[in-house]
Design a protein around this ligand. Structure first.
Ligand SMILES: Nc1ncnc2c1ncn2[C@@H]1O[C@H](COP(=O)(O)OP(=O)(O)OP(=O)(O)O)[C@@H](O)[C@H]1O
Ligand SMILES: [Mg+2]
Length: 253
């Protein structure tokens, strides 16, 4: 077993509310993990903790054997741990391509792209960044809308664009928070296929928060279930779909 991420007794309190309650979690490199649970069970908070947007009240986050607890977001992103947001955050008045280009620049100011391009002139660099951005749009299947204004896109496309922008950070671990929101079943299946492709072809290890059970069960190799901030179950899709605690957590509300 090769764990790239280990959470040890991770806890987050907001005032008196325990949003994430002493979670232990191991993620193996290259697996597709599903993270599910009823509304308010702590999924987004857990993503916030792993990605450094929130600081834990207790516990440790070990990334590739290194303790990254409390490190700033930019340093965590640089190490390849990247989240997407449950709500779409785009530059609405810019085109799809411009959104990705800006994403590439923001994340790669001193990063791999600039090293890669070495002493190339500004014009050359811009061209290379644009090529990179186009490649990423292609990966998620939305290169055909590259010249549309981001704000005018259907919601499903905006979700895909969000993922493309996060890919500009070259993630090794990608935390996807309800990526299929606003998509129909066909689009959702296409998204899931692309998430698999990110794993198979780009070496990304995805963790997916998803309310669409069919999508989760069909895509994830292992599923972790939260309820009231606690991990109540973990296992294969088959095990999870038969788990009594899980059924109760969902039916009980
Ligand atoms: N910044 C915050 N301040 C106070 N309470 C918060 C904060 N963020 C989340 N919470 C609370 O923590 C709990 C877990 O919220 P979280 O958003 O992590 O749940 P979730 O599983 O992502 O839910 P959903 O499926 O609705 O997205 C909820 O009770 C929520 O109200
Ligand atoms: Mg959430």
């Amino acid at each position: 077993m090769n764990n790239i991420l280990e959470l040890r007794g991770l806890r987050k309190e907001f005032g008196g509310l325990v949003a994430v309650d002493d979670i232990d979690l191991n993620i193996e490199e290259g697996e597709i993990r599903g993270l599910i649970g009823p509304n308010g069970s702590g999924k987004t908070t857990l993503f916030g903790l792993i990605s450094g947007f929130l600081h834990p009240s207790k516990g440790e986050i070990i990334w590739k054997g290194k303790n990254i607890t409390g490190k700033p977001v930019h340093s965590i992103v640089k190490q390849g741990v990247v989240r997407t947001f449950q709500l779409t955050t785009l530059l609405n008045d810019m085109t799809v391509l411009q959104n990705v280009v800006i994403g590439c620049h923001l994340h790669n100011e001193k990063g791999f792209l600039m090293q890669l391009f070495g002493t190339a002139g500004k014009h050359e660099k811009d061209k290379l960044v644009e090529e990179k951005a186009l490649g990423l749009l292609k990966t998620m299947g939305i290169e055909s809308v590259k010249n549309e204004l981001a704000g005018a896109l259907p919601h499903g496309y905006q979700r895909l664009l969000n993922i493309v922008i996060s890919l500009a950070c070259e993630p090794k671990l990608l935390l996807l928070d309800e990526p299929s929101t606003g998509m129909n079943p066909v689009e959702t299946q296409d998204l899931m296929d692309r998430i698999k492709m990110l794993r198979d072809e780009m070496g990304v290890t995805p963790i997916v928060v998803e309310h669409d059970m069919k999508a989760v069960m069909g895509t994830c190799e292992k599923i972790t279930v939260l309820d009231f901030g606690k991990k109540i179950a973990e296992g294969s899709p088959e095990e999870i779909s038969k788990n009594e605690k899980v059924i109760e957590a969902y039916l009980g509300r």
